[in-house]
Design a protein around this ligand. Sequence first.
Ligand code: GDP
Length: 327
Amino acid sequence: METDELAARIRAGERRALARAITLIESGRADHRAQAQALLDALAATPGSALRIGLSGTPGVGKSTFVESFGTMLTGQGHKVAVLAVDPSSARSGGSILGDKTRMERLSRDPAAFIRPSPSQSALGGVARRTREAVTLCEAAGFDIVLIETVGVGQSETMVAEMTDLFILLMAPGGGDELQGVKRGIMEMADLILVNKADGDLKPAAERTRADYAGALKLLRRRPQDPDGFPKAICVSALQEAGLAEAWREMQALAAWRRETGHFDARRAEQARYWFAEEVRRGLLARLDHDAAMRTRMARMGDAVAAGEIPVARAAAEMLALLGTAP
Ligand code: GDP
């Protein structure tokens, strides 16, 4: 299919065209990459205006259940919801644990929803980069809310935060020492902490956990991009669909405030800058790793350095000069 036709079908909201385009974007083949680039160019003329929401939490905390009920609530309100995933573990396991449609039965059958599991690629950076492009495609296809799921392990969260407008942390009720397990950096990224499973026997523990997080969030430095009271911690039950409307109200309030104060657009602008720099860095690394002449040169230069024939700094400077970058 020609790029223009594919672009037109995506704009018309055809889900099969969208799925196909995302496959194109995820492909490692050079000709696919060129087509994907052309497609993104073609769609750049009609930018979407979706709210991009990042959602993170350790396995078992209830992400799939939450996405299922929260997503269904949103489509019930007339929204079109796309669900994407950045899954650092899929490369290892070969399978996908995020965005698994069998765990989101209702939402995957919902005509107003689109769910795309994480691609299994070797590098997390590669997955994240492609997911960011998939967001653009979903927006062009008319989805006004894009949820991006990831698991609570290190760098994937930073990457998801770098491509979303709001970052939500999903937590489970715990016995009091769970706060130590949450890295400060991740707390600092969170706009909203949702303590899930606040139902049945777990309800009192969930409320205590919520209070602990609320206390911890208060100790963080006040961020200029937040109105009073944010970041917040609230209790939800994804299973019983409790607290979801409140969570959504908080998200909307925060997004509206940021839109009015200019922080929303400023964050998008900073993100564009981040991904631009990231692409350039990756491009340079790819040249070092995949360009045969470069690889040979690197190996030879490495031998020379190892033999003490040339100092490290000089060898590096020569390589960088070859790459066209002054050290
Ligand atoms: P994920 O690994 O983060 O995607 O977690 P899942 O959505 O697969 O949920 C893990 C387990 O927690 C499942 O057995 C769910 O039924 C359960 N669970 C999820 N949400 C809730 C909730 O709100 N309350 C209770 N009690 N259990 C939940």
